[in-house]
Write a protein that binds this ligand. Structure first.
Ligand SMILES: *[C@@H]1O[C@H](CO)[C@@H](O)[C@H](O)[C@H]1NC(C)=O
Ligand SMILES: *[C@@H]1O[C@H](CO)[C@@H](O)[C@H](O)[C@H]1NC(C)=O
Ligand SMILES: *[C@@H]1O[C@H](CO)[C@@H](O)[C@H](O)[C@H]1NC(C)=O
Ligand SMILES: *[C@@H]1O[C@H](CO)[C@@H](O)[C@H](O)[C@H]1NC(C)=O
Ligand SMILES: *[C@@H]1O[C@H](CO)[C@@H](O)[C@H](O)[C@H]1NC(C)=O
Ligand SMILES: [Zn+2]
Length: 538
């Protein structure tokens, strides 16, 4: 062990006057900021110059003035947003973003989207719950209407699992993808979860339960799948779903009958004998469109340059965590994003007789879906790695598009309970100790308020303290205050980052459901907001 325990005398001196003013306070209450910087292994060896720079007044002033100047000379982009790419980091709380900076090399690092000029805070509560789930949240940030927990693409007039209410057309909330389709623009989505999971389902589905991903799930709820259409069949046959040019992610089993074995030897999940992959192909063929179904990385990277409709299902369930996927057979989020943009950007109007729209612009939804699942297991290491992967996908989109005509919005659907705290030394690895707790044992930088990482007191009566070796394990479950099989979401606000046309509208603290209305206005696809103000061509 090293460098532990040089205490800062200034702290005590600073608070000394309080002792006089409040003689009743005990001494240890005065020293509530128990600052003992703990030095873990360094995340990166900074150069001598880098370290010296930070001791200089002019270094900080110079950096700040750059930032001031950048803001003073920023030009508003009031072009119509021809294209919109919406990135959703599922469960990507603000502490998750901050901790990922350190994971990537240090506190001063910036994730790709942190370089965007505008940001806002989004309030994610749902109509019936303080804390959002991915379903009601997707209805808000894609459909513009807040809803009940567990429901997707329907208003709060629809109670959870109320099948008859979900079929009432007036209760349907249409996503921003639908608005783009109605204007003859291309649409698609990419996710690392099942394509039928709650967040991507917000693009195309209307359901009273996020769990009804296949007809078997509906049957298990003792309901009739003919009445309560499952999410996978809505993706293939629904009016928004069937018009999507790009569908990439996991979840093959929700498309296949139980009797059918997929390319990787896994059986399907459907009871109705419908092979939705074949149905999708048949439908595209009947449209006279050029289509491809792919199920591995190689096929994805070799998608033909005239493909108009692309369905890619790379796993029977969620796609694997980046740290655990086969880099040969399973694509990264960045790779899927790249192919999706290529397909959507292509002007196919001259090469095809199909009714697929031409180069009118597109809407693409990209979800980093496993940040959330990692947090639920208190796998902080995986959560930060998935966030880093998500940032790479955003960077790829920035490189492939022009900020003059493409609006990129990055946000999260809810927070999580991971905290990033304590007084670890500058540059400390994030998977380390923050310092010494009042029981004289070390405590960690990352902790969860609840979750499976809870550990009872040991036989000695002492608190469990993970070792360095444990903290280095990718599958280590980080300490949690209350025991819960699945760590919960957080109710705190999430950040929104924007770049491109009308990105300057994404500021302040807003209700989450404002986001798609801003996007629709910027892209001139809103049925409510007159386009005239947003019509300048780039
Ligand atoms: C920093 O330098 C030390 C000593 O040369 C080395 O052992 C350590 O691995 C380096 N750490 C990083 C993150 O590069
Ligand atoms: C140190 O600061 C100066 C500006 O004061 C800057 O030009 C230089 O690039 C900095 N060096 C490093 C390594 O950050
Ligand atoms: C379902 O919603 C309708 C309103 O659309 C309501 O009349 C009915 O009582 C609800 N059913 C259940 C089981 O809650
Ligand atoms: C598409 O691919 C074909 C054959 O691989 C090639 O001949 C053609 O030039 C490509 N078209 C475009 C627009 O890149
Ligand atoms: C499009 O239609 C024309 C005439 O109707 C036909 O000759 C041509 O082969 C068709 N092209 C494709 C790609 O189907
Ligand atoms: Zn979740």
């Amino acid at each position: 062990m090293n460098g532990y325990g040089y205490s800062i005398v200034i702290g005590v001196a600073f608070f000394a006057h309080l002792l006089v003013a409040h003689p009743g306070l005990k001494k240890n209450e005065e020293e509530d900021d128990d600052i003992n910087p703990y030095m873990n292994k360094l995340v990166k060896n900074r150069t001598k110059e880098e370290m010296e720079n930070e001791t200089r007044v002019d270094y900080w002033n110079w950096n700040a003035l750059q930032a001031v100047q950048e803001r003073l000379f920023r030009k508003l982009n009031e072009n119509t947003a021809k294209n919109v790419i919406f990135f959703l980091g599922d469960g990507m709380s603000i502490p998750t973003i901050a901790a990922t900076r350190v994971y990537l090399g240090g506190e001063e690092e910036q994730l790709s989207f942190e370089k965007f000029p505008y940001s806002a805070l989004s309030k994610t509560y749902c109509v019936d719950h303080q804390t959002a789930d991915s379903a009601c949240s997707a209805t808000a940030y894609l459909g513009g209407v807040k809803a009940n927990l567990g429901t997707i693409g329907v208003s709060a007039a629809v109670g959870k699992k109320n099948c008859s209410a979900m079929n009432v057309e007036e209760n349907h909330v249409h996503s921003i993808a639908r608005l783009f389709q109605l204007k003859g623009k291309k649409t698609g989505f990419v996710t690392t979860t099942r394509v039928t999971h709650a967040s991507p389902a917000g693009v195309y589905a209307h359901t009273a339960s996020r769990n009804w991903e296949s007809d078997t799930n509906v049957l298990k709820a003792k309901l009739d799948p003919k009445q309560c259409r499952d999410i996978a069949s809505q993706l293939v046959f629904g009016k928004t779903g069937k018009n999507l040019q790009v569908i990439l992610g996991g979840g093959r089993k929700k498309f296949l009958p139980k009797e059918v074995t997929d390319e990787e030897g896994n059986t399907g999940d459907r009871s109705d004998d419908l092979n939705l992959i074949e149905e999708w192909k048949k439908q595209k063929k009947e449209m006279g469109a050029k289509y491809e179904y792919v199920w591995n990385r190689k096929q994805l990277l070799n998608v033909k340059n005239d493909t108009e409709y692309l369905l890619g299902l790379f796993e029977p369930g969620h796609m694997k965590y980046n740290l655990e996927r086969s880099k040969e057979t399973e694509p990264s989020l960045e790779e899927m994003t790249e192919v999706a943009i290529r397909v959507l950007q292509r002007d196919t109007s001259s090469t095809s007789n199909s009714s697929a729209p031409s180069d009118n612009g597109f809407f693409l939804f990209v979800e980093g879906g496993r940040i959330d699942t990692a947090h639920h297991s208190t796998f902080a290491h995986k959560a930060l790695d998935e966030t880093a992967e998500f940032a790479k996908a955003v960077q790829k989109a920035v490189q492939m598009t022009n900020e003059e005509d493409t609006l990129i919005v990055v946000t999260a659907d809810h927070a999580h309970t991971m905290s990033y705290a304590g007084y670890a030394g500058r540059g400390s690895e994030i998977f380390g100790y923050a310092g010494q707790a009042s029981d004289s044992n070390l405590y960690t930088i990352l902790n969860y308020a609840n979750g499976p990482g809870y550990r009872p007191l040991m036989a000695t009566g002492e608190r469990y303290v993970p070792s360095e070796e444990e903290m280095n394990e990718v599958g280590f479950k980080w300490p949690s205050t209350s025991p819960l099989n699945s760590e919960t979401h957080g109710a705190d606000d999430v950040a929104v980052f924007a770049n491109g046309p009308w990105a300057h509208l994404f500021t302040g603290t807003m209700e989450e459901n404002v986001i798609p209305h801003l996007i629709a206005a910027a892209a001139c696809v809103s049925p409510q907001i007159p386009c005239a103000n947003f019509k300048k061509q780039s």
